[in-house]
Write a protein of this length. Structure first.
Length: 119
């Protein structure tokens, strides 16, 4: 099992910044992809950004140029720097990790952290 613990959410005014952190613990060997998803009220959970263990990045178009995902493999931690925040970024943000051992793939999720952007 992999445990993911997020931190760094909160309330910020439009145009402001927040930095989310997520620490992985437990059976962390074999973790490749890590990243962030978000879910706004009444909407489906959507991908925000992912990063592979090799550093390959992927962002949803709506956050490109404003959000930056990074990863510290030595600390088993993934970060999401969010700048120029907009009210539409308001959502619960979930940390994600995918672990691959041989042909078995497991996805893990954090408990979520609330990000609220006021206009």
């Amino acid at each position: 099992q992999v445990q993911l613990v997020e931190s760094g959410g909160g309330l910020v005014q439009a145009g402001g910044s927040l930095r989310l952190s997520c620490v992985a613990s437990g059976s962390i060997s074999g973790i490749n992809d890590m990243g962030w998803y978000r879910q706004a009220p009444g909407k489906q959970r959507e991908l925000v950004a992912t990063i592979t263990s090799g550093g390959r990045l992927n962002y949803v178009d709506s956050v490109k140029g404003r959000f930056t995902i990074s990863r510290d493999n030595a600390k088993n931690t993934v970060y999401l720097q969010m700048d120029s925040l907009k009210p539409e970024d308001t959502a619960v943000y979930y940390c994600y990790a995918q672990r691959k051992i041989l042909f078995k793939i497991n996805d893990y999720w954090g408990q979520g952290t609330q990000v609220t952007v006021s206009s």
